[in-house]
Write a protein that binds this ligand. Structure first.
Ligand code: NIG
Ligand code: FE
Length: 403
């Protein structure tokens, strides 16, 4: 396949803004990129085979949504109404709503229902340029339902054509049946869920929610030690609602990422920089929870911590079905530049998933995951408030719609 007649935002680091190649072309063989450059320089032997005409638009790497909870039962529109009348997210959670209400709905949903609803959500992301998505469990909170969620998430890959990575989030909330026995539940997570998910090859990583309404830093330490014992990489929901020292905790464990970070201190940022832990910014959650506190973006930038951007698609804190709107919110709420935001949903997101050698930029040797946009400049991806016109989505050199 040859993509021609447009401009290419390779998103490769260093060099031109957006790694831009005006009047560029991308040549693909066997699902991988074999050549990128100005179309005028295209080697003759690559000028054959099927052509995808970019019609003057921009070609970017396929978007990578590296933080979602898109498999779940039910919805929380009722809680949204209560929050608008003044109740807080934490109050609702402490009163037995919040994550636990989605756990009830997920436990009672059948596999088929979880798959069909998950498929509808993931297809919406794919139509907006997403070629890779991470999907977390965390609404089962018992061994069977957590594994069931991971199996459904895995099945969504072949069902949609999107490349899917799964993350076990057993330590998302305390399930009601363990309300008086935190230690007992952590035993289930560490001694049953993590080993079972690892043995079945169902999880690519382990995540935990470190927060007053969820798990303490010491409890998250325990979860991460269990994950490391099974050689699973770790990530953390860190400092979203209060400063728990989550960023430093993630760094201490060599986590791939610390996510949210609204309340992270500069000390936490320094620890992340030293450990190479990536920041995953989730402006959909900050916006939907109407939290005026923003992550320490200046400090992340000045300490050289790479920033990824994701939808956090979930029923409670970020029912955000448009990755392009996440880019816009990252700029408007967190003051990322459009280039940082797009880099955060391509190059940096690939690193969060450990796939930086395979995807995330349009460079020779990488998989041919691309999106073609009807825009005159790549900044338009963050400029339109959702709905930037995505014309084609290609994974491994094949149009997603053609799968
Ligand atoms: O990323 N912070 C914890 N987990 C989700 C919210 C889950 C929920 O409210 O259902 C998040 O915001
Ligand atoms: Fe999340």
């Amino acid at each position: 396949m040859l993509v021609r007649n447009g401009h290419v935002a390779t998103m490769a680091a260093g060099g031109e803004a957006y790694g831009a190649v005006r009047d560029g072309a991308v040549a693909v063989r066997d699902g991988r990129i074999v050549w990128v450059g100005p179309e005028a320089d295209l080697p003759r032997e690559l000028d054959d085979g099927p052509v995808l005409d970019a019609r003057g638009g921009w070609v970017t790497p396929g978007l990578i949504d590296c933080h979602t909870h898109l498999v779940f039962g039910g919805d929380r529109a009722g809680e949204f109404e209560r929050r608008l009348q003044g109740a807080t997210y934490e109050e609702i959670a402490r009163a037995g709503g919040g994550i636990v209400s989605t756990v009830r709905a997920t436990r009672s949903a059948g596999d088929e229902e979880l798959l069909e609803r998950g498929r509808a959500r993931l297809e919406l992301l794919a139509w907006r340029g997403v070629t890779t998505a991470e999907i977390k469990s965390g609404y089962g909170l018992d061994v069977d339902t957590e594994l069931r969620m991971l199996r459904v998430a895995r099945a969504l890959g072949p069902a949609t054509g999107v490349r899917v990575q799964t993350t076990l989030l057993g330590a998302h909330a305390l399930p009601p049946e363990f309300a008086e026995d935190r230690n007992g539940y952590l035993g289930v997570v560490c001694e049953e869920m993590i080993p079972a998910a690892a043995a079945a090859g169902l999880a690519d990583a382990v995540d935990a929610f470190c927060e007053e309404i969820a798990f303490t830093p010491a409890e998250c330490d325990r979860v991460f030690d269990a994950a490391s014992a099974h050689e699973l990489p770790v990530r953390l929901h860190a400092d979203q609602l209060t400063d728990q020292g989550g960023a430093a905790l993630a760094a201490r464990h060599g986590a791939r990422s610390a996510d949210h970070l609204e309340h992270t201190s500069e000390e936490g940022v320094r620890a992340m920089a030293a450990a190479g832990t990536v920041a995953v910014l989730l402006p959909g959650a900050a916006h939907f929870l109407r939290d005026p506190t923003v992550p320490p973006v200046d400090a992340l930038r000045s300490h050289g911590v790479p920033m990824a951007v994701a939808t956090d698609l979930n029923p409670g804190s970020s029912p955000l079905l448009d990755p392009v709107l996440a880019l816009s919110l990252a700029c408007l709420l967190f003051r990322l530049t459009p280039e940082e935001a797009l880099g955060g949903m391509t190059r940096v997101a690939a690193r969060v998933l450990g796939l930086e050698d395979e995807i995330g930029t349009l460079e020779v040797g990488k998989r041919a995951d691309m999106a073609v946009w009807d825009v005159a400049h790549p900044a338009e991806l963050a400029y339109w408030m959702g709905g930037a016109p995505c014309r084609s989505v290609i994974r491994d050199g094949t149009a997603l719609s053609a799968r």
